[in-house]
Ligand binder design. Structure first.
Ligand code: SAM
Length: 263
């Protein structure tokens, strides 16, 4: 069943008007007709089933039917990253959204080659990934800031795990690091009480020596090694996000079974 993000309040039998792009997608691309059903989420009211009520040339209306899932937030993970070149920034947005990151924070570092982003394009990428992955909300995409701005206004109670490719940080100890930085075990059972976490991945050129020195001095920042091979920035974001979600127990939840979806 098609899934759409629709930023309107949901109440039973409410009639919702789609924007032109969404109407086009449902009626021209998917060729849905009045009476066909879709799933909707708005980031606050869970997931709802809706029926197409009317279709015009560039518009469509939906009638909300019933709630099919109540709202559940994604884990409080903030992904800070220096946007890499080409399509790899979109890859980071897409994969971090699928993996359940709550906040996406682009950062400009000393060796960054990309110093601006296209928020509309990245928001569209995040929305599509959220629709596809059955999230109930969208990640918050924050405006790009410099690393010094980011670290200068940091909430020191929020641990920051940064991918340290220099070899200076403990390797493969992230599970233990999770325990030590939170002072409570990040086991699956503790997930509901687990602290908020942030990660930071550097640009193609890595962090500069000054940035390494700064990160090492900050009490809330903890370098982690992701193994002996140098990962591309997008791979590093995916890897560290996946490790944290696994430790937190997010992976103990199962996708919903939809009859007919598995052959
Ligand atoms: N040019 C750098 C070098 O050769 O050392 C590599 C930078 S890497 C492409 C981009 C970012 O990914 C790094 O700044 C780091 O945050 C992360 N990263 C990549 N491989 C890593 C590893 N093995 N351990 C920890 N972080 C890693």
């Amino acid at each position: 069943m098609p899934r759409l993000y629709l930023p309107h309040p949901f109440t039973p039998q409410a009639e919702l008007t789609l924007d032109e792009a969404q109407a086009h997608y449902l009626t021209q691309v998917l060729r849905l007709k009045p009476g066909d059903t879709v799933q909707l989420f708005n980031g606050a009211d869970g997931e709802w089933r809706a029926r197409i009520a009317s279709v015009a040339k560039r518009a469509a209306t939906l009638t909300l039917d019933a709630q099919t899932r109540s709202f559940a937030p994604v884990p409080d993970l903030m992904v800070c990253f220096a946007p890499p070149r080409g399509g790899r920034t979109e890859t980071i947005i897409e994969k971090a959204t699928e993996l359940g990151a709550r906040i996406l924070q682009p950062v400009k570092t000393e060796f960054s080659v990309v110093d601006r982003i296209n928020p509309q394009r990245l928001e569209a990428t995040a929305r599509e990934a959220a629709e596809q992955s059955e999230r109930l909300d969208l990640p918050e995409l924050r405006p790009m800031v410099s690393l010094s701005q980011l670290l200068g206004s940091w909430d020191a109670t929020r641990p920051l795990l940064y991918g340290d490719e220099s070899g200076a940080s403990e390797g493969a100890r992230i599970q233990r690091l999770g325990v030590s930085v939170s002072s409570s075990s990040l086991t699956p059972e503790s997930w509901p009480l687990a602290p908020s976490l942030s990660i930071l991945i550097g640009p193609e050129g890595g962090f500069s020596p000054a940035e390494h020195a700064l990160l090492q001095r900050l009490p809330f920042a903890h370098g982690v090694s992701l193994g002996p091979r140098i990962l591309r920035a997008d791979t590093a974001v995916i890897t560290l996000t996946a490790i944290i979600m696994s430790i937190w127990g997010d992976w103990h939840e199962r996708p919903r079974f939809q009859p007919g979806s598995i052959a």
